[in-house]
Write a protein that binds this ligand. Structure first.
Ligand code: DGJ
Length: 752
């Protein structure tokens, strides 16, 4: 890997192990154009790819038709108002009310390593190299530093932008996207992820058409509804074939990601902070740091893209002690009790949990102030000792004495109108003066842009954490931002509120994990409304969705795993009928599906059936047997229930290709059908493997396979044999028809 500037060719070339990214410095003016991104190439003289030799319009040669040049040139960082009529990345408002910018090359620098992004989450790593290209608008003095980082052990490229006002008077930044990529259309499809509460990150694919297509959020968080990700795929791309360009924004607030197909069948893909509700004042000398985008290119379909993101996030984004450590199997009392609990109830759950091998009790919403339901008390982070008699320490000590760790829920960003905090500080809620702010779940959002608010909330949270041996925090956030007004910001800075809010959340979480380095932090937002790479920088796991139904989870987790490592997906076994959809699924299937994430329980263990309860120790065994493989291995998607409406299958292969785990879920049974043929992926074609099925009833592995001597019903040992990796991947295996709906099994594949 390496970054070079080729002086003669005026080409910046970034080579990762398998990809090249090339930027051309063209024309006397100093425009920088996008020349190439894709599979690694050898040449350096690549300016021709920007078409400057064929167009008669190059400004230095033909000033008369400059706009025609700008209308088609593949600009690396397009600006507003000068004649590139496609979507742009940056615009301003000057003191005179003008919005145009024209950025020309000033200088570049190539650094070893990767500078941190001030106040923002970002990938990190010593084995990185960074190119910084500085551009300048001579009229306003606005400068933009374009950052590109590559890593020795990844094919991803991290891009970001820092804008500086090097002019003489203040300007307002009205739009600043983080990256743009101009390409010729390769008959692209656009892959995006959409959803709703309890239905997050469902994958959607559509042909790229003329005009705009995209995703966005103006909810103040990345949202349940859309995800800050764009995938551009050549038509018909599968898990293993086709070219894929990925754009993933490392940000947790308002975003926009869009694709524009123009008159010359050129495609521009861009992503960054949503310009709606955004206006940032830059005084002379001030800088604005835009969030990072992770670009990936795969020539081997979606699967390779997923694995590139997984490895990058595991190695270069997720931090902290738990990053590579087995997470304790937790039991959370939310679906078990909702608000209706006291210390006796929690201890009863903890006692049974300990008996059955669970390792941590998490006390969810309802332990503070007069929080008897979701109408009140957010902000009053004081233990309700009527509910928890003897206090928190007493409870935690008793839970610890049972051999369990203890975790707690907070929703630090919120304030209920019916709370002591609100009665004391009604102005701390985000609201517009003289306009009644709208409620959501009967709560307002705290104006975290104010230092005194952050200070008070942090101190309250810290006081609770200091009062007992608390080893896990679930940080929840249950409403979106609206009625955008901050009493602390002047009129011409109100447009900074949403981004300042996100920065404040980041600051609080950074403070939390710095002060409590051994804490396991799990982010959550009404389920998965803030499941994004920004939050992953602070917490190694994020609650994936409030929908814990095993079948609904298949699509949610498939979408999530398209980009995120399985170790980050909060997934629990819950009770049935499922509280969101009323579906009844086998307890074992719930376990197999939750195994693809952090694994835990979300039920009243004292009330579930004896049969289900007795399966818990076996599931605990299953987790300990396979979790590290699931958390650290390579992910391969074999079949998608969302696509075939019949079954789901995925596997994880360890890096040495000596071990793999296949999860197979048969969602709907069908009469009179063949066994299902599943072709495995990711194995070593030359290695021989033995297959075993995990038996949930015994916790043992039993041989899985076929031999001519093994008639149906033959003994397990008669079925024992080995297969070459190439056989398993090309010819496949046959999955017996399972009896009933919502059934599943795990197949452990081991090299012999
Ligand atoms: C939403 C979360 O996603 C749930 O798991 C639970 O913590 C509730 N909030 C509590 O109010």
């Amino acid at each position: 890997m390496g970054i070079q500037f080729f002086e003669n060719e005026k080409i910046f070339k970034l080579d990762t192990n398998n990809t090249s990214y090339c930027i051309a410095l063209v024309d006397a003016f100093g425009y920088i154009g996008h020349a190439y991104y894709g599979k690694k190439i050898s040449d350096t003289d690549l300016s021709y790819l920007t078409r400057i030799y064929e167009a008669p319009y190059v400004p230095s040669r033909n000033a008369r038709d400059k706009l025609s040049f700008l209308d088609s040139f593949p600009m690396e960082y397009p600006t507003h108002g000068i004649g590139d009529f496609r979507e742009d990345c940056i615009s301003v408002q000057t003191q005179k009310g003008h919005s145009a910018l024209e950025l020309g090359f000033v200088r570049y620098e190539i650094l070893n390593g990767k500078p941190a992004l001030e106040g923002l989450p970002a990938t990190f790593g010593d084995n990185a190299q960074t190119l910084i290209i500085t551009l300048r608008d001579t009229v306003t003095g606005v400068e933009a530093d374009l950052y590109y980082s590559i890593f020795e052990d990844s094919d991803a490229i991290a891009r970001s932008v820092k804008v500086r006002n090097a002019g003489d008077e203040a300007v307002y930044l009205t739009k600043v996207l983080s990256a743009s990529l101009d390409m010729d259309d390769k008959d692209f499809e656009l892959l995006t992820m959409h959803g709703s509460w309890a239905r997050e990150r469902h994958i959607s694919r559509n042909p790229v058409n003329y005009g705009f297509q995209g995703v966005s959020s103006i909810r103040g968080e990345s949202s349940h509804q859309h995800h800050p990700f764009l995938g551009l795929l050549t038509k018909g791309t599968t898990q293993q074939t086709g070219e894929v360009y990925g754009f993933h924004l490392v940000y947790s607030g308002n975003f926009t990601g869009m694709v524009y197909k123009g008159q010359f069948d050129n495609v521009r893909a861009m992503i960054g902070i949503n310009a709606e509700d955004f206006c940032w004042k830059l005084e002379t000398g001030e800088e604005f740091q835009a969030p990072e985008v992770i670009l990936t290119y795969s020539e081997q379909g979606l699967g390779e893209m997923s694995r590139t993101y997984h490895d990058l996030y595991r190695r270069h984004l997720i931090r902290g002690e738990y990053k590579d450590k087995t997470r304790p199997i937790l039991i959370n009392n939310w679906e078990a009790t909702y608000f209706n609990f006291d210390e006796t109830k929690l201890l009863a759950i903890a006692k049974d949990a300990a008996k059955y091998g669970i390792e941590m009790l998490v006390m969810d919403d309802g332990w503070f102030g007069n929080r008897c339901d979701d109408n009140r008390a957010l902000g009053d982070w004081f233990v309700n000792e009527d509910k928890l008699k003897g206090g928190l320490k007493n409870l935690v000590d008793q839970v610890n004495a049972l051999g369990l760790k203890f975790g707690i829920w907070f929703e630090p960003e919120m304030i209920s109108p019916d709370s002591d905090l609100y009665r004391e500080h009604p102005d701390w809620a985000i609201a517009i003066p003289d306009r009644e702010a709208g409620l959501c779940r009967n709560q307002y959002v705290l104006d975290l842009t104010r230092k005194e608010v952050r200070e008070e909330i942090f101190n309250r949270v810290a006081a609770v954490l200091d009062s007992a041996n608390i080893e896990y925090v679930k940080w929840d956030m249950n409403r979106q931002l609206a009625d955008l007004g901050s009493l602390a910001l002047p009129a011409d800075r109100q447009g900074e509120l949403c981004h300042r809010y996100v920065l404040a959340v980041y600051e609080l979480q950074e403070r939390l994990i710095s002060r409590y380095p051994h804490l396991l932090l799990e982010n959550c937002s009404g389920g998965g409304a803030r499941f994004d790479p920004g939050m992953l920088y602070y917490s190694p796991q994020i609650w994936c969705s409030d929908d814990t139904d095993a079948i609904e989870r298949l699509s949610i987790q498939e979408g999530t795993a398209l980009i995120y490592p399985l170790s980050s997906m909060g997934a629990h076994v819950s009770d049935c009928p499922n509280h969101t959809v009323g579906r009844v699924t086998p307890f074992e299937t719930r376990g197999y599906v939750a195994l693809a994430g952090t694994f835990g329980y979300e039920l009243d263990i004292t009330k579930i059936s004896e049969e289900d309860r007795n399966m818990i120790p076996k599931q605990v065994e299953m987790y300990h047997k396979y979790h590290m493989l699931v958390a650290n291995g390579d992910y391969y998607r074999l079949a998608s229930y969302g696509e075939n409406h019949y079954h789901d299958a995925y596997m994880i292969v360890d890096k040495q290709k000596t071990e793999a785990l296949l999860t197979y879920i048969q969602v709907i049974n069908r009469p009179n059908r063949h066994s299902a043929k599943i072709r495995l992926q990711g194995l070593d074609p030359k290695k021989q493997y033995r297959l075993c099925r995990f038996d949930i009833n015994t916790g043992e592995e039993v041989s899985f396979g076929y031999s001519k001597d093994a008639a149906p019903g033959a003994s397990v040992s008669a079925r024992e044999r080995t297969y070459y990796g190439d056989t398993l991947m090309q010819a496949g295996i046959l999955m017996d028809n399972l009896w009933g709906d919502f059934k599943g099994c795990l197949i452990h594949i081991k090299a012999v």
